[in-house]
Write a protein that binds this ligand. Structure first.
Ligand SMILES: NC(=O)c1ccc[n+]([C@@H]2O[C@H](COP(=O)([O-])OP(=O)(O)OC[C@H]3O[C@@H](n4cnc5c(N)ncnc54)[C@H](OP(=O)(O)O)[C@@H]3O)[C@@H](O)[C@H]2O)c1
Length: 252
């Protein structure tokens, strides 16, 4: 039986990954902050770890525990959170929490698991960045910085990991119909326009397991990523009008 590690599997995109992999017969190891006991919260996992990934000491303990177990054929480093608001009002105490959760934890887990030989030969390592990688993101600047960090890290480790037989992919989803997006959506945003986590998870997994390096799920997001690279000033202005100018609250 193939084994997968998924961080942030209690809801949203991570839960959708867990449900697809479980359906396809994978054994799952999941990580989130929820206490054990409720299958409807955790999704289908054989082994669950309760861990606050924004706390480096907890990540170190998790890594030690994972090193004691069997190797993985797939590791999805998905857990993440955002902080939205005007950059001049954001509480600086939020910054390390986001940096630890969105950037430090996936890097530490990838490096630690590979170093300990817990990513099997032929395995896939999947990072979840964001479409914001292709543009400036006024209103979520710290989030965007952490998601860029993960994208560049994934790009940097690709060759050395390939030499160990590990394929590294990085996904850049656009807005999804999850609690995360709902929490941070600007005034008047329409949830039904966002891709469902189930559709995004299916597209991302298919591409990652096929060895695709860069994964942008959906036609609209693909177009946006091209526009972001070709016309950076125009896309940042559009993001400002779509998000920053319509923010009616700070969320972190
Ligand atoms: N939604 C979007 O529009 C969107 C777009 C681009 C990229 N993404 C990225 O996709 C990933 C999944 O997002 P989502 O929309 O599915 O978010 P979500 O619905 O809020 O789910 C986030 C998951 O991460 C876990 N998590 C959050 N903070 C954690 C912490 N400190 N320690 C351990 N686990 C933690 C949550 O579990 P607990 O709360 O139970 O611990 C939950 O399972 C994130 O990396 C996000 O940045 C999302």
């Amino acid at each position: 039986m193939k084994r997968a590690l998924i961080t942030g599997a209690s809801m949203g995109l991570g839960k959708a990954f867990a449900e697809i992999l479980s359906r396809d017969g994978w054994e799952l190891v999941t990580v989130d902050r929820q206490p054990d006991g409720d299958d409807s919260v955790h999704g289908p996992a054989a082994v669950r770890f309760q861990c606050d990934l924004s706390v480096p000491d907890e990540v170190a303990k998790l890594l030690e525990a994972l090193k004691q177990g069997e190797g993985f054929d797939l590791a999805i480093l998905n857990a993440g959170a955002s902080a939205t608001g005007r950059f001049e009002t954001i509480d600086p105490a939020v910054i390390p929490r986001l940096v630890h959760l969105n950037a430090f934890a996936p890097m530490a887990l990838a490096t630690g698991l590979a170093g300990a030989g817990r990513l099997n030969a032929g395995s896939n390592l999947l990072f979840i960045s964001s479409l914001s990688h292709f543009t400036g993101y006024p209103g979520a600047s710290v989030y965007a910085a952490t998601k860029d960090a993960v994208a560049i890290y994934a790009k940097s480790i690709r060759k050395p990991f390939a030499a160990k037989g590990i394929s590294v992919s990085c996904a850049f989803p656009g807005p999804l119909r999850t609690a995360h997006a709902e929490r941070h959506a600007p005034k008047g945003a329409k949830a039904e326009k966002r891709m469902t986590p189930e559709e995004a998870a299916e597209k991302i997994l298919t591409a990652a397991l096929a060895g695709r390096k860069t994964i942008i799920p959906g036609f609209g997001p693909k177009l946006f990523s091209l526009a972001g690279r070709a016309f950076p000033a125009v896309t940042v202005r559009a993001m400002r009008r779509l998000i920053y100018d319509r923010l009616d609250r700070d969320v972190w």
